[in-house]
Structures are given as C-alpha cells and as structure tokens.
Design a protein around this ligand. Structure first.
Ligand code: ATP
Ligand code: MG
Length: 563
C-alpha cells in the first residue's frame, strides 16, 4: 500500500535526520505555515555528487512536508557564469527526479531590489563606500588573532556615500575603484563581520541581465535577501557557511525584508578517489584531463549519467549516506553498491566478450548453426527470453582460459570441460598458437546431449559456466572501462591534487564483441553483461559499431566465485 509505504519511509531510519527534525518541530509548533526550501547553485560549472545530496535534501524535505522547493540560480558573478551551465543544471536537477514547478528563480531577478536595500543600509548608516585599494583592505582586515583596522572611509557622510554608490552603478568608475561595505565591526572575532563587501564593480556582461549592471552584489548580500524575498523558511546549506550565518542574520535584521528565513548547515559530501570541487573539476575540463564535463569518470551528474548510472541509484546512495553535521569521507564503494542494488533487479542480462579468444568446436558440423534461448533476467521471468546463435566458431574471454592452470581454476584449460551458458558443455582438446607463442584459438569438442547448457544424462558435473558469442553474428564493439580518476582516496592531501590524477582511469577496448541484441541499444540504458558488469551504450557509438561504457563491475565476491 502506497500510503503506509510513505509513512514507513518517513518514520524509518532512512530519510530521518536532524534537518527534518528541525522542520518537523517548526511545523508542529506552528512557527511556519508552509515549508519552503531552495537549491541555490551558482551557474559556474556542472552539478556533481555533492550537489545531488543538497538537491535530494532540499527537494526531499519540501516534498515530505507538502511544501515547495525553488531552484534559484545565485548568479551574482557574471565573470564565471555561462548559459551552458544554467541549462545543464536544470537538465540535471530534472534528471535526478525533482520538479521546481513554477519556482525557477534567479538572484539576478532581484538586482533592483537588492540595490535599493543597499541604499537603505547607506541611509541608515550601516554601509559605506570604500576606496581603499584591495591589497590594503586585505591588510586592514586583521587576522584571526588580531582585530582589523577601520578604513578611513568608514565615517563618510551618508550623502557622500550615496553619491559615490550611484556613481558606481552609473558606470563612472572602473573595476576595483571602490566597493560598498557593511559597517559592522572590524574587531569582530568573526572575520565575516569585519565590514564585509556587499557590492563590487564588474564591467561584465551577465548571462541574464546583459549590460544593465556594472556593479554586482556579493554572494553574502544576495543570498539571504533572495531567500527572504522568496519566503524561504529553511535555508539549508553546507557547513562552510556556518561562519556566514551571523552576517546572514545581521542583514536580515537591518533590512526591511518581507520574511525572516533561517539558515541551517549540514556536512558536505566527500567521496573517496574523486573531488567535489567545482574549481578542480573546471581545471580538469579546461586542461583536457577528461573529455568534458560529461566524461563518465567525472563525479558530475552528467558524467555519472553518461556512465549509465540511473537517477534512482544516486537517490539511493544519497539516502544511505544520510544527513549529518559532522564532515566525513564516504567510500566510493558505497556508491558502487547503490548502483548495483538499483540495477540488479531490472537490468536485462546480455552476453559480451571483452577480450575475445576463438573457440572452435571440432565435432560441430561446418557451416551449421542453431538458435537457442537465453533468459533475459534470472529473477524476472516476465522479461522472457531471446534467441542466441550457436555455431562451430565461438568467442570466449581470454582470461577464461589458462594453459597451465593453478589448482581450483575450473574454467577452460587443456582437457577440462565447462558449460557454455545456454549453449552446450565443451571440452578443450588442444590449443593453437602464433609464432610468438600467444594462444590464438582453442580446439574443443561439444556434447550434443547438453543442449541449452543442461547436464548430460550421465549426470557429469562441471564447475564453471562461461559466457560466449557465436563468431557468425557477434557484433564488433568498443568497450570503455573506467576506474577512479585519482589514484588515492584523498586526492590533494599532499597539496597538489593534479599530481594525484590516475594515468590509467580509462581503458578503451576495441576488439570486443557483443551479442546482436545489443546493437542499437538505447544510449544510457543499463544492461548487465553476464559475469562482467553493468554497461550502457554511449552516444559515441553507431548502429554497426556500438560503444559501451562500463557503469560498474560486478561484486568482488562474484569475481572470486567465478574461479
Ligand atoms: P564549489 O565550492 O565546489 O565551487 P559550491 O558549493 O560553491 O561548489 P554551489 O553552486 O554554490 O557550489 O552549490 C549549490 C549548493 O550545493 C549549495 O547550497 C552548496 O552548499 C551545495 N553543495 C555544494 N557542494 C556540496 C557537497 N559536496 N555536498 C553537499 N552539498 C553541496
Ligand atoms: Mg557556492
């Protein structure tokens, strides 16, 4: 029953956290009448796994409390923002399964209002224009142990400040000539309260407001006020904004804003063997370390999607990670298992041979072939079966054969019998080699009484079942295997994150074969290659030469079990 399911999910361990407790308490006490949250990306890069956590939290809370969640672009820095990013962010949030409905907003929608409020602060003696040069201003800010110094411009008359601020807006001053600062406390223990900058001059074209403005509010000045304009009740952000909260509250207190949002912080997501910093991800793209923002090795939603990960697997991962206040590092293996657990019940099974070795069945009639049935999903009979071709010449995996096998290697070796899944039992009789001594083909015999891979009448047992393809109709394919982008769990821990880039994170296999049922697979749709892993077609492929991405391998325990 859908209703009790929802109650379960809410009351159970998954989906309960301190943020939801706070919201629940506010609702119960009548402090808020409707829950309104927002996801507030800066459009200066693609969304990544960390953003997925924030999206699931903000939209999830809104959904669970029958409220609403806004998608708001905090677009206050035109120098770094692009339409490309604005479009990608919307695509990715939708893909992840969330709907902002009519609530698409931009901090830039409020530029006029924010400007008016800046003048309000000047008029009430809470802001001033400072002409101090940037490096000197930095020096005057003090340190964590020493108070800052007041700027000589701090005591300018209101009228002079207003005139100068209007000159800033009118474009009469070059970049960097001056800034608008809040007048708070240069001796505050919180650096963010030492007369923070509210507006700076940037002669730059904005993706939405074009050249209408040459001064832009800082993130701190735009963020809380945008929350207030939109009636956000719970402004949920990551811990690094905790030190900004006093400024957030100070501004809300000193401005005639229409509502009083409250900020709550949770721990950002960190995942081993990757980085969740837009700055570093931008560098990877810009310097060509990856093929783009959607390179399947990237921790971006676009990359993860291209790799074949369904949105449901990401939501599952985020829910397993939970929401806490302590910063921590999540093992990427947790993501992999969420992906497997999501794909396993549904992904159709197919056969593909990544590193082919020819297998010739000597007692199978030359030129003959037959059609057998392969089961599409062992646990889901509804998926049915598909025809596969069996013939005299087949392909198996190179690593399913060993000429001199160790004990407990039950796969192909001279004299050993194995089952070909859905095919027949075959026994390796001899091997062919090239001049360099590489094995080029296995000569085998088959037992006609084992059709469909069934045990023979004499009850003979084999210990290995292999996947295979018929050479006659196997489709050539390229298969891309991905591993971690960085070669240590904590990239950059020694200072230089680029030095930790793995050199072997992409392995392109070109001589692969897949079964005919895989030709024309829809891009991004997950399949399991039996015994190998989960894969999906990549947009780089063509109808007669598909390209597949490995989404994730099968469990390690499975790899052991295959020996
Ligand atoms: P970066 O610092 O890497 O450039 P950002 O945090 O500034 O990224 P934003 O576009 O400002 O990127 O982020 C939008 C929202 O996503 C913010 O509320 C931010 O707190 C949240 N967010 C960003 N990174 C993470 C993360 N790793 N885990 C959880 N939430 C995150
Ligand atoms: Mg940010």
């Amino acid at each position: 029953m859908a209703d009790s399911d929802t109650v379960e999910a809410k009351g159970g361990e998954v989906g309960r956290d301190f943020i939801r407790d706070i919201v629940q308490a506010d609702v119960d006490a009548g402090r808020v009448s409707g829950v309104v949250t927002r996801f507030p990306p800066e459009p200066n890069g693609f969304l990544h796994l960390g953003h997925a956590k924030s999206i699931c939290l903000n939209f999830g809370v809104a959904n669970e409390f029958a409220g609403r969640c806004h998608l708001r672009f905090d677009d206050t820095n035109p120098v770094k923002e692009e339409q490309l990013f604005i479009d990608a962010i919307q695509r990715d949030v939708k893909w992840l399964g969330f709907d902002w409905g009519d609530n698409l907003h931009h901090a830039s929608d409020y530029f006029e209002q924010l400007y008016e409020w800046a003048e309000h602060l000047i008029r009430t003696g809470h802001a001033y224009v400072d002409d101090t040069a940037a490096d000197q201003m930095r020096a005057q800010r003090g340190t964590l142990t020493e108070p800052g110094q007041n700027s000589p411009n701090r005591y300018r008359a209101v009228d002079e400040n207003l005139g100068r601020f209007r000159d800033m807006r009118a474009g009469k001053l070059p970049n960097g000539a001056c800034v608008l600062r809040a007048k708070i406390d240069m001796a505050s223990g919180n650096m963010n309260l030492r007369d923070p900058v509210l507006y700076r001059i940037l002669h730059a074209t904005h993706p939405r407001t074009g050249n209408a403005w040459c001064i832009y509010p800082t993130y701190d000045f735009a963020h809380g006020q945008s929350d207030a304009i939109e009636g956000i009740t719970h402004s949920v952000c990551t811990l690094e904004f905790e030190d900004h909260k006093p400024l957030y509250d100070w501004l809300i207190e000193h401005l005639p804003v229409p509502s009083r949002p409250r900020q709550y912080e949770f721990a950002r997501l960190n995942v081993t063997y990757t980085v969740l910093s837009k700055r570093i991800l931008t560098t990877l793209v810009r310097d060509g370390h990856v093929s783009g923002w959607d390179d399947p090795r990237m921790p971006t939603l676009a990359g993860i999607r291209r790799r074949g990960v369904p949105a449901a697997a990401l939501r599952e991962f985020v829910s397993r990670v939970g929401v806490a206040r302590a910063n921590s590092m999540v093992d990427v293996a947790m993501l992999d298992s969420a992906i497997r657990d999501t794909l396993n019940p549904s992904a159709p099974r197919r056969m593909a041979v990544l590193r082919p070795l020819k297998l010739i069945i000597e007692n199978y009639p030359e030129g003959a072939s037959e059609t057998l049935a392969a089961i599409d999903h062992p646990d889901d009979p509804e998926q049915g079966t598909r025809p596969i071709t069996f013939g005299r010449e087949l392909y198996v995996e190179q690593d399913d054969f060993m000429e001199n096998p160790p004990k407990k290697f039950y796969r192909l070796s001279p004299g050993n019998e194995v089952r070909l899944r859905y095919g027949y039992y075959v026994t390796c009789q001899s091997i062919e080699k090239d001049n360099d001594g590489n094995v080029t083909a296995l000569r085998c015999t088959y037992d006609p009484q084992t059709r469909g891979g069934n045990a023979p009448p004499d009850g003979r047992k084999v210990k290995a079942t292999l996947h295979w393809l018929a050479a006659a109709d196997a489709v050539p394919a390229e298969i891309r295997l991905y591993s971690h982008l960085f070669n240590r769990p904590d990239p950059g821990a020694d200072g230089d994150v680029m030095a930790d880039l793995a050199s072997d994170s992409l392995d392109v296999l070109t001589g692969c074969f897949v079964e005919p049922a895989l030709a024309g697979s829809p891009v991004g749709e997950a399949v399991q290659f039996e015994r190998t892993g989960y894969f999906c077609a990549d947009p780089d492929g063509t109808a007669d030469r598909p390209v597949f991405n490995r989404t994730v391998g099968l469990r390690d325990s499975y790899a052991k079990a295959r020996v």
